[in-house]
Design a protein around this ligand. Structure first.
Ligand code: PLP
Length: 396
């Protein structure tokens, strides 16, 4: 049996998306900037997708700008804000648990002389709103806080943060902007800019987390706000992001967004069911399991747990042998830095607790049969490893 439980790293593309992209590649291959019919045809496809994605978050079509991925969206918002506002401010407030797509540009900006404040989180992966209020100063340009953490699934209080930002701006006549990295949130929680995300100025999103193609992202930028583009050239995307548009990718993103939105309730129900079933099955059979995903305010797509006395990486490879695909943390951090999870560290977990962490992440495709199979294999792998650990400890 093959069980894919690494949906926070990426998702399997919907078949409908693949089919539509193939059709566009074959038929609508014109350059959207061309003035002839082939160009107009490609442009029409882009327009339709922009509308579908705007609709997904309650925005206007002209507030959506396509990028090459979530990472580019995050980089554009940070560098673009710093460039646009460098005369009036130098402070950016973010958190210790952001994705490297935020933390790395933040580090770069720090080297360039900007001031970055990294908000702490507690053991529930939540920021302290008082610390945010206290960090807001006259020279603050931007607050950037992710909507859902990719490692734990914790949902951050974006609505409350937006209220704090708006109150601060009103009181001080300031123009602090709010950005949220919604790469793990889109299609899984309410991201409506007139509802749960009211007051948010910029949103980053990525297609491959919602069964769309890899290498596609967008930025929502609230009407009237001007940040400097990262990529200059032919002036596509209203001069916000130059480069000939990835028409098949945009079409795939639009359709994935539309399907995710249409089946929202059903998808969430399925993910929640899989998560609860797996969690119950594992914790009823194994002791010393630490649940790193907060019980309240977490996205149904993720559960992160530490199997004490084991190493997550060994469990991951043991499960892989059985056809089960999971992650030890975020895919990006496990590739490059072997330091371990900065998110779990910020939550105050010990080295051993971080070492034993596994992230299971779900999609609408997961079934109860898959969960039964996974529970059985996890229990066996952890029990085996713990016995082996005891044995090696005794030998030493
Ligand atoms: N932000 C978050 C929270 C993510 O989880 C990811 C990817 O895992 C990214 C940004 C980067 O998105 P992309 O893979 O589209 O560059």
């Amino acid at each position: 049996m093959e069980v894919y439980l690494d949906n926070s790293a990426t998702t399997r593309q919907y078949d409908e998306v693949t089919d539509k992209m193939a059709l566009v590649m074959k038929e609508a291959y014109g350059n959207p900037s061309s003035l002839h019919r082939k160009g107009l045809d490609a442009e029409k496809h882009i327009k339709e997708s922009r509308k579908d994605l705007a609709c997904m978050i309650g925005a206007d079509s002209n507030e959506i700008f396509f990028t090459s991925c979530g990472t580019e969206s995050d980089n554009t918002v940070l560098f673009g804000t710093a460039q646009a506002k460098r005369r009036s401010g130098k402070r950016i407030i973010t958190t210790k648990i952001e994705h490297p797509a935020i933390l790395e540009p933040a580090k770069k900006l720090e080297e360039m002389g900007f001031e970055i404040v990294y908000l702490d989180v507690d053991k529930n992966c939540q920021i302290n709103l008082k610390q945010l209020r206290d960090s807001l100063t006259e020279d603050t340009m931007l607050i950037s806080v992710m909507a859902v953490n990719n490692e734990t699934g914790a949902i951050l209080p974006i609505k409350e943060i937006a209220q704090i930002k708006d109150e601060f701006n009103q009181r001080n006549g300031s123009k602090v902007w709010l950005h949220t990295d919604a790469v793990q949130a889109l299609g899984k929680i309410d991201c409506n800019v007139k509802g749960a995300f009211k007051g948010v100025d910029f949103i980053s999103a990525s297609a491959h987390k919602i069964h769309g193609p890899k290498g596609m992202g967008f930025i929502y930028a609230r009407k009237g706000l001007n940040i400097k583009p990262l990529i200059l050239g032919g002036g596509q995307e209203s001069h916000f992001r130059s480069g000939t548009e990835n028409v098949p990718g945009i079409v795939g993103f639009g359709l994935a967004g539309k399907l995710a939105q249409e089946n929202f309730e059903k998808r969430i129900r399925n993910m929640s069911m899989a998560r609860e079933y797996l969690l119950k099955g594992i914790t009823s059979q194994l002791d010393d399991v630490l649940i790193n995903t907060p019980q309240e305010n977490s996205c149904p797509s993720v559960v992160n747990m530490s199997f004490l006395g084991t190493r997550g990486e060994v469990i991951l490879h043991s499960l892989e042998q059985e056809g089960i695909y999971v992650s030890t943390g975020s895919a990006c951090s496990s590739n490059k830095n072997k330091k371990g999870s900065h998110v779990l560290e910020a939550m105050g977990l010990s080295f051993d607790e971080i070492e034993g962490a596994i992230r299971f992440s779900f999609s609408e495709f997961n079934t109860i049969q898959e969960m039964d199979y996974t529970i059985d294999k996890v229990v066996k792998a952890v029990t085996r490893f713990r016995k082996l650990g005891d044995f090696t400890r005794r030998k030493r």
